[in-house]
Design a protein around this ligand. Structure first.
Ligand code: ADP
Ligand code: GLC
Length: 476
């Protein structure tokens, strides 16, 4: 089967969060049995230089090159550059719209930039004559509407990684969608008086997926549907929740070159201790105690991740012996709060502001526990990385976190500690349980349980195969 994925992120070229990791690891698995192509924007600063093949593909279909418009001229000046990546092909959308950017999100004119990218991805799918076109999140959602209106539509799948970001813009900004080569009827995408790209994807795709069964269920009602639950309810039969897998070569303490010492479930105690000691050195905090529970936190500092719940709980539970190492960037107020703790309580708290892939691996290897206090979480990858590294996850009971972490009374099924979201007493009590677990014999068993979990794509790739088959057979 020939599959074309369209996405704004793809590890290691463009990564802002889990979408990049999820797609890189899914396509790695898919490329073992299928012909896999990935379309992504060519921004000015990529995480890795592509291996160009020298081949180029147009970003505009010949039949759409009849009447001139702003969009047509932009697309005529753009193209796809082909690159090879072990076992699959990447198609970088080369356009001035993206090449001037250092990072993918947060710039003006996103409504126009991603609409151009979406058209180009649609055109590429037609040129490559793929069997399935798989778009991810709102950035590529318009390509699904184009596909639906096409004379020769290709079966489509739309994966929602995060419903909180919908790409909605006032209609006066998106007038170009009615013109050549889009020619879209945009009234169905009206949501709260705005043109909503996410809604376009939900209404147009043959099959819709999201990244965990738990999140699927949550998005079918408010508030987690972020206003679009009514659209998803119209499509329940075509909407599946498939848990993300992880790249077990990239995230694997046995072979990880980024950590200070590799280890397995046989020598995890020595391995983690060495990683802890070295991390404290690197952080410039060599006197931090090695025998106190170390809790890692990594993530975008946004509303979703629930860090204020943690900050409040931290103040309430100062008697606990835990030490914390936090890596992240985002909301300036949260950054300030973490900075302040790092400055005033250096014997307890360390904060690194910024994005640092290597440090993320080192934190996973050194931590005894890994905290994710999310208010909502479509899947979450760090709890699965934590399992693999023997860092016991402490997670809120939401979305993919509740699907992957179980605080069972039966020790052999216990894979972490679970608390209620946005609830400081519940988190406080969870941190108390972590202290007890750290000191007890049970820890050994829980660490072995989690390090032996299989979060690879092997099985879950098959669930996508089923969705692709449905998209092909039930094409609307
Ligand atoms: P989300 O996609 O919502 O950000 P996920 O848990 O799915 O959440 O994935 C986040 C990914 O981004 C993980 O691989 C995590 O390690 C990484 N990450 C987030 N913030 C940083 C950071 N500041 N430095 C390094 N890696 C980060
Ligand atoms: C989104 C979600 C995250 C998920 C990731 C990959 O960014 O916030 O929960 O793991 O996508 O699917």
């Amino acid at each position: 089967m020939k599959i074309l994925h369209a996405s704004a992120e793809y590890f290691p070229y463009i990564k802002m969060g889990g979408l990049a990791d999820m797609l890189a690891s899914l396509t790695k698995e898919q490329s073992k049995t299928e012909e896999v192509y990935v379309a992504l924007p060519l921004i000015g600063k990529l995480g890795k230089s592509p291996h160009w093949t020298g081949k180029e593909f147009p970003a505009l279909l010949p039949q759409d090159d009849k009447i001139d418009s702003l969009v047509v001229s932009v697309l005529k000046a753009s193209r796809f550059l082909e690159a090879e990546e072990s076992g699959l092909k990447l198609y970088f959308f080369q356009s001035d719209l993206f090449q001037t950017l250092d990072s993918i999100y947060g710039h003006k004119e996103e409504h126009f930039r991603f609409a151009m990218f979406s058209y180009a991805c649609y055109a590429l799918s037609q040129i490559l004559k793929v069997d399935v076109f798989h778009a991810h999140d709102w950035h590529t959602a318009l390509s699904l509407a184009l596909q639906k209106d096409s004379a020769l539509p290709i079966p489509t799948v739309f994966t929602i990684h995060n419903l909180a970001y919908q790409g909605d813009h006032p209609f006066w900004m998106t007038g170009f969608l009615k013109e050549e080569p889009f020619r879209l009827i945009t009234s169905p995408f009206d949501h709260d008086g705005k043109c909503n790209y996410m809604k376009a994807g939900i209404l147009s795709a043959n099959q819709i997926t999201t990244v965990s069964p738990g999140y699927r269920e949550e998005t079918l009602s408010e508030p987690n549907g972020f206003g679009l639950s009514y659209c998803l309810r119209q499509r329940t039969l075509d909407y599946s929740g498939i848990l993300n897998g992880i790249d077990t070569e990239e995230w694997n303490p046995k072979i990880d070159k980024r950590i200070f010492q590799t280890y397995s479930f046989l020598d995890w105690k020595e391995g983690k201790l060495k990683n802890k000691r070295e991390l404290f050195q690197e952080m410039g905090r060599p006197s931090l105690p090695l025998d106190a529970p170390l809790v890692g936190l990594i993530g975008r500092l946004t509303y979703q991740k629930g860090f204020p719940t943690f900050l409040q709980t931290f103040t309430e539970r100062r008697h606990l012996p835990h030490r914390y190492v936090v890596l992240g960037s985002g909301d300036p107020e949260m950054e300030d709060a973490f900075f302040q703790l790092s400055e005033t309580l250096p014997e307890v708290f360390y904060f690194y502001k910024g994005y640092n892939e290597s440090l993320a691996h080192k934190i996973e290897a050194a931590s005894d526990f890994f905290l994710m206090p999310s208010l909502f979480e479509p899947c979450g990858l760090n709890q699965m990385y934590s399992h693999t590294y023997g860092s016991i996850p402490i997670v809120s009971r939401v979305g993919g976190l509740r699907d992957t972490v179980e605080e069972s009374n039966l020790l052999k099924f216990k894979t972490g500690i679970v608390f209620e979201p946005n609830d400081t007493s519940s988190l406080g009590y969870a941190l108390e349980r972590a202290k007890d677990l750290f000191q007890s014999q049970e820890r050994e068993i829980v660490v072995k349980n989690i390090m032996n979990l299989d979060w690879s794509w092997k099985k879950r790739k098959l669930e996508y195969d089923l969705v692709y088959t449905k998209a092909i057979e039930l094409k609307i």
